[in-house]
Ligand binder design. Structure first.
Ligand SMILES: NC(=O)c1ccc[n+]([C@@H]2O[C@H](COP(=O)([O-])OP(=O)(O)OC[C@H]3O[C@@H](n4cnc5c(N)ncnc54)[C@H](OP(=O)(O)O)[C@@H]3O)[C@@H](O)[C@H]2O)c1
Length: 294
């Protein structure tokens, strides 16, 4: 049995589906049983509960060979790092209580840094916390910027006819499709050979700039002249607050964009075969187009 947190999300859903298709037993965790139903229909056992509930997570992790652990985003968090630490602490305690031996932890590029990298700081805290667990093998996956974040720009492209974000247009970014993170997690969860505490960076198919991204998306959606605009941090901040993100979450995201632009968030390894993944931005643009046109 495997326990998969965030099972209705980008990575967890694909991991659960892939393990089920290999004939493995999978316990899928989310807050709402109805949202887990499609995975139950594919053979999973549903566990409805909140990740900050130690007793519930202890039950969810009991009898499992390995856990796929993650701390979900929370746009409404009053204090983002406190929220992340509450969930992180509950997960670590439940892993200990349930005597789980192996954990694949979803972290991020930049999680070697304790300060000034916004939401990634909470993932630093979680790596440190899990590294302290005795007799548990932990693999931290550190992917780059998710291509799926680009879905947030669909409204902007439709309403304003531009693509934009606070990222510099010519900044090389290690951008990755979440299906490639899931594929790596599935390999690690199937083999169960990782030992001790280790980190694996996942850097996407190649570094891309927002100018490259805008070209690929524009071409795919039939707007080959789509322009990229770098938004000032203050404008992005206003927009995020306007979308209902809490001040703490907004401030964390602004800090993260700043950290990308200034080269603070960057991989610790050089690109190699080991940390390069399959899906190109041009390939992702096909999925983007389906959502854009759907
Ligand atoms: N976006 C990026 O560029 C990026 C880059 C590197 C790392 N990351 C990290 O990746 C993680 C997000 O991964 P993802 O994109 O695969 O997830 P996601 O699509 O954001 O999904 C979050 C999942 O968590 C569940 N969830 C939310 N709150 C919960 C709670 N209190 N208790 C139980 N379940 C809860 C949601 O399910 P229900 O709503 O059904 O409960 C959903 O399945 C974050 O830690 C983020 O920092 C993101």
């Amino acid at each position: 049995m495997y326990a998969i947190t965030g099972a209705t999300g980008n990575t967890g859903k694909l991991i659960a589906e892939a393990l089920l298709s290999k004939g493995k037993k999978v316990r899928v965790i989310g807050r709402d049983a109805a949202r887990l139903k499609p995975l139950v229909d594919k053979g999973a056992e549903a566990f409805a509960g909140s990740l900050d509930d130690v007793a519930a997570m202890t039950r969810a992790f009991t009898g499992v060979k390995a856990v796929y652990a993650m701390i979900p985003p929370n746009p409404a968090a009053k204090n983002l790092r406190d929220y992340q630490n509450k969930i992180g602490e509950a997960l670590a305690t439940a892993i200990t209580n349930a005597r789980v031996r192996r954990v694949v932890n979803l972290s991020s590029v930049g999680a070697h840094l304790s300060e000034k990298v916004g939401p990634v700081n909470g993932l630093y805290d979680q790596e440190q916390r899990l590294n302290k667990l005795k007799d548990v093998h932990v693999l931290h996956l550190r992917p780059g910027f998710f291509m799926e974040n680009l879905y947030w720009n669909i409204d902007l492209i439709k309403k304003m006819g531009i693509n934009g974000s606070p990222l510099k247009p010519d900044l090389p970014v290690t951008m990755i499709a979440t299906q490639d993170i899931a594929a790596e997690a599935v390999r690690m969860l199937s083999d169960l050979t990782f030992a001790g505490k280790s980190v694996k960076e996942l850097l996407g198919q190649r570094d891309v700039t927002m100018a490259d991204v805008t070209r690929a998306l524009g071409k795919a959606i039939g707007k080959p002249d789509l322009k990229y605009v770098q938004f000032p941090y203050e404008e992005a901040e206003k927009a995020m607050l306007g979308m209902g993100l809490s001040p703490s979450v907004t401030q964390a995201y602004v800090e993260m964009y700043h950290a990308f632009n200034e080269g603070i968030v960057r991989p610790t390894e050089k690109r190699s075969k080991k940390n390069t993944t399959q899906t190109s931005i041009e390939e992702f643009a096909k999925s983007f187009t389906a959502v854009y046109k759907g």
